[in-house]
Design a protein around this ligand. Sequence first.
Ligand code: UDP
Length: 316
Amino acid sequence: MKKRVLVTGGAGFVGSHLCERLLADGCEVLCADHYQTGRPSNIEHLLHHHRFTSLQHDITLPLAVEVDQIYNLACPASPVHYQADPIQTIKTNVLGAINMLDLAKRTKATILQASTSEVYGDPQIHPQPETYWGHVNPIGLRSCYDEGKRCAETLFFDYHRQYGVNIKVARIFNTYGPRMRQDDGRVVSNFIVQALNGEAITIYGDGQQTRSFCYVDDIVDGLVRLMKTPDPITGPVNLGNPAEVTMQALADVIVNLTSSGSQRVHVALPADDPHRRQPDITVAKTMLSWTPSTPLTIGLQKTIQYFADHIRASAQ
Ligand code: UDP
């Protein structure tokens, strides 16, 4: 029988790629999004598909549908967007998790939580394994997201222990690719758009902080593999590309790939900006036989192409 799959945040950057993948795998897909940062244009090409349904819904409110699997991705993920309305962000993470877990409990669906490397905060252990409890400021500007996601993980494990809900928790590290918003505010989209427009590349701080960037198709594949694991497996599982780069080096790669004449400017580092971040993916490798396959330059080329097309189209 076809699996009926709910994707919350399905019109977002990662969500829309996941919807595509699930349709290709033969699932019936119900995409729920209330378009805070998700965009109708991300799923426009799927609307005609006979196994695809789109629903405008805010997961801070209960949802009554019949499904076999739930991917809970709904939440703005870029610091600029999740800090714009921090109360809504924490509600989406906490009330949204409760509503989706109640739905999973009633329908006996397996539910996957899109958690984040932000649960590790500004890490004191490097690279970060799943066993690391993190180093998070509970009252800072990033807390609505970091602590919201941490609380969601707690809720997932309590619903699992108390009610026997089948849960899967993925901790997603920095992800990039086509359909990131031009105004996303994240480093990959900012640098690419600035480079393509010949504007100054805004490096926050000294640019020596690191991140590890994973191409969106690899993340989607990891999520699907995690959902397919037998029920005793819950995670949390890190999903990310261990190739670590400084923001300075990322700027150099993007300037080279775009043949841009952009200058670099250094601007103030945002509060609580983590210094280093790199996933330890031993668990994903052994448990999911998953390893990211897209090198940074290849993924960046595809993303640059997407933004170049996008900028050209909006200029017409
Ligand atoms: N960053 C930057 N220039 C920008 C946007 C971000 O140097 O225009 C830096 C930011 O300070 C951080 C890193 O890039 O150290 C990644 O930021 P992003 O917002 O993409 O993700 P997150 O901080 O959530 O990992």
